[in-house]
Design a protein around this ligand. Structure first.
Ligand code: TRP
Length: 351
């Protein structure tokens, strides 16, 4: 289908409000749980690298959380919690736009247009929809069904090309590409087709402490280290991690749960400690109790400063409000520039 007659030809390469000339990165996180070590190494560390090289929009998806968490008692607290941890980890609100989804009114507008391009059948086939529908059969609301459409609006509002996300979001991103292509085809070439991006590397997976899977927001909280865990709690969780008697013969491969402990030591950056226990393992004289004690102390050395900084920031509500207002300002400016193109290409501009 050709763009309908009367469509203005739009020069998409001109982004009126964008001065940086950098590629655009956009990502979001739902404020439905508190951040853990997996979020830090899997996402945040990449964000930190991106903030200098790209024009970045990092968003807290508070609207998305309403699709699964209609009770909003904790919402504001959770949003401020996540923001304070982002800041404590080193995201710089001067460099990036750090904002809440609900602050950008243009999101709902683009969401509507994209909804006209999204089909019931494909939405119903989305894995996350099927999972969530199973989990909350009494609340299969329309926004749950159109979750990927809202996510697409978040991304396309900034005409972002790069979206740093994990594998679990790959299907949503593929849908975003489809919706972008459909819009471009029907109206005018407004949107790039966004792709997942993590500096061409596999994302770092942070193994959970119980030897199964990776650290996650909701599964086994005792096997996940949260950025806000106290020193005592970090020690307790690590000391509970599964081990065994140790290797009996040189050359014995490490079982997964032991490999995971080594991986965690490596993530703390304590190379000497890593090498020592590696050698002990090879010599079959490793003492896992000692290793876990040492791992706990290294982990605390790494995590405590982030926790303390986040606490200080969390107590400064005025500063947090300033950060969110500044982020909203930047994001709205970028969104409005895109929406002018969108309205113009659809042909609904009356004055
Ligand atoms: N759906 C994402 C998640 O559950 C969060 C999200 C919302 C997002 N909007 C986004 C991620 C835009 C990337 C880009 O984790």
């Amino acid at each position: 289908m050709k763009p309908h007659s009367g469509t203005t030809v739009i020069n998409v390469s001109s982004r009126p409000m964008e001065k940086s000339g950098k590629q655009i990165v956009m990502s979001g996180i739902r404020p439905t749980g508190i951040l853990h070590l997996g979020n830090y190494f899997g996402a945040l560390k990449n964000y930190l690298r991106m903030q200098d090289e790209y024009e970045c929009y990092f968003m807290i998806a508070d609207l998305h959380s309403l699709t699964t968490h209609p009770d909003t008692n904790e919402l504001r607290k959770n949003v401020l919690h996540v923001i304070s941890e982002y800041l404590a980890c080193g995201l710089d609100p001067e460099k990036v736009a750090l904002y809440c989804q609900s602050s950008i009114y243009q999101t709902s507008e683009l969401y509507f247009y994209l909804n006209t391009l999204a089909y019931k059948g494909e939405l119903e086939k989305t894995t996350t929809f099927k999972d969530k529908a199973r989990l909350q059969p009494q609340n299969i609301n329309a926004a749950l069904l159109t979750y990927p459409v809202l996510m697409t609006a978040d991304i396309l509002l900034h005409r972002a090309l790069y979206v740093p996300v994990g594998k679990d979001q790959e299907q949503h991103l593929e849908m975003a590409r489809n919706f972008a292509a459909r819009f471009n085809h029907r109206y005018a070439e407004v949107f790039p087709e966004p792709v997942a991006f993590n500096f061409g590397q596999e994302l770092v997976k942070v193994p959970s402490l119980d030897g199964t899977g990776k650290m996650s927001k909701s599964e086994n909280q005792n096997a996940t280290l949260y950025l806000s865990d106290s020193d005592e709690l970090i020690r307790k969780k690590i000391m509970k991690a599964k081990t065994d008697e140790g290797p009996k013969a040189p050359g014995t491969p490490k079982p997964d749960y032991i490999e995971n402990l080594f991986q965690l030591v490596r993530l703390t950056g304590a190379e000497d400690v890593y090498n020592k226990f590696e050698a002990d393992y090879s010599n079959c004289n490793i003492r896992y109790g000692d290793m876990k004690k040492q791992l706990a102390e290294e982990m605390i050395r790494f995590m405590a400063p982030i926790r303390e900084k986040a606490e200080a920031i969390r107590n400064d509500e005025k500063y947090l409000a300033e950060v969110l207002e500044k982020g909203a300002f930047k994001a709205r400016r970028s969104a409005e520039a895109t929406m002018q193109l969108v309205r113009q290409s659809i042909g609904i501009k009356y004055f």
